[in-house]
Design a protein around this ligand. Structure first.
Ligand code: ZN
Length: 348
């Protein structure tokens, strides 16, 4: 089918579920559960020691394998020290911006909520605190034990005709687009689609090595890896600063800070978008990247990043466009369809 995808209410429902659950680095469990129940028993599952999730459907006679990968974790915070006045100083696990003061934060496993307080006292790094309503350190320790994880509190996803506003679209939108594409993929093809949902991306301590060991051991080695992420979009000054633009389509990323895809592969992606009428924009990202470089170089296969433009990335509230999200799902399908005929540079 040419043109944009017809609106299917289900595709945003899955993103709603995924964006609203708690899951900073090391506690991606709720996201794993949603993906597993969404895909159902037809799909095989591996969860590695550090919670990478691998999902595939047995497909006899496949010739090639494309891995679509997104990270499940969101930004988080851990207790650092308990102050005499009841505040908890926090250590961020990921790039929490220095201007998010007075947002709600939630801690698991106790479910205690607090006010996130950020102080920029002229030092190099902002300092992060939680005010959880404790009168002193002992009370704070009881309410939020030392082993707790914190994250921005749940924000219900809201939908307008054209956009979605909610939490942690980075990278639950990537996860959800892949799951939706896997569920709706009906074409008989020699290419097998594997979904890989990674852990701990925001901390930078990506368990990538155990992921590729586990995939190779289980005969799941890819021929191509496509990273599905969010990228920062223009905010108030559209088009002036070279950022991607919300509503102008899936971003075909011809390089990022960790990886530069093969130019033939860039052309393959651009041709797919053009031939199938998928709304897209092009970008060579200067700063920022995910696990793609380490994955592609670790497996020794070509990789490519697709990104969904996202306003206010790493802030509690973020905005993406439905068109961009739907274009991402279509790209996942069309890449899987077209990859049968793609001749990579290193093909033997
Ligand atoms: Zn991300």
């Amino acid at each position: 089918m040419k043109g944009e995808v017809m609106h299917k209410p289900d595709e945003f429902q899955l993103l709603k579920k995924m964006s609203e659950v708690f899951g900073p680095s090391t506690v991606e469990d709720a996201v794993i559960d949603i993906i597993t129940s969404e895909l159902g028993p037809e799909y095989r599952t591996i969860v590695t020691g550090h919670k990478n999730l691998i999902k595939w459907k047995p497909q006899p006679g496949f010739r090639r394998t494309v891995v679509f990968q997104a990270h499940m974790d969101e930004l988080g915070m851990r207790p650092y020290r308990y102050l005499h006045n009841g505040y908890i100083e926090l250590t961020p696990t990921g790039g929490i911006p220095g201007n998010v003061t007075n947002h709600q934060i939630t801690f698991q496993p106790t479910g205690v909520n607090g006010v996130l307080v950020v102080r920029n006292d002229g030092g190099k790094h902002p300092r992060f605190y939680a005010d959880i309503g404790a009168a002193d350190a002992d009370e704070a320790l009881q309410m939020v034990p030392r082993h707790s994880n914190g994250a921005y509190a749940r924000i219900p996803l809201e939908e307008s005709q054209s956009q979605l506003k909610g939490k942690s679209f980075d990278d639950r939108a990537g996860c959800s687009a892949i799951v939706h594409a896997m569920k709706t993929w009906k074409v008989a093809s020699d290419t097998r689609m594997i979904g890989v949902f990674t852990a701990r991306e925001e901390t930078g301590n990506w368990p990538v090595t155990e992921l590729y060991r586990s995939m190779i051991d289980n005969d799941l080695a890819p021929d191509l890896i496509v990273n599905v992420e969010c990228c920062p979009a223009e905010e108030t000054a559209a088009g002036e600063d070279g950022f991607a633009t919300v509503g102008r389509g899936i971003v075909l990323v011809h390089m990022d800070a960790s990886y530069e895809p093969d130019p033939e592969l860039c052309r393959f992606m651009a041709n797919i978008a053009q031939d199938e009428g998928i709304t897209s924009q092009h970008m060579a990202v200067r700063a920022g990247s995910g696990e793609l470089g380490r994955l592609a170089l670790g497996f020794g296969v070509a990789g490519y990043p697709l990104t969904i433009p996202c306003r206010y990335m790493h802030q509690p509230h973020s905005v993406i466009s439905k068109i961009d999200y739907q274009a991402c799902i279509r790209m996942i399908h069309e890449i899987t369809r077209a990859f049968e005929n793609y001749q990579p540079f290193a093909a033997s």
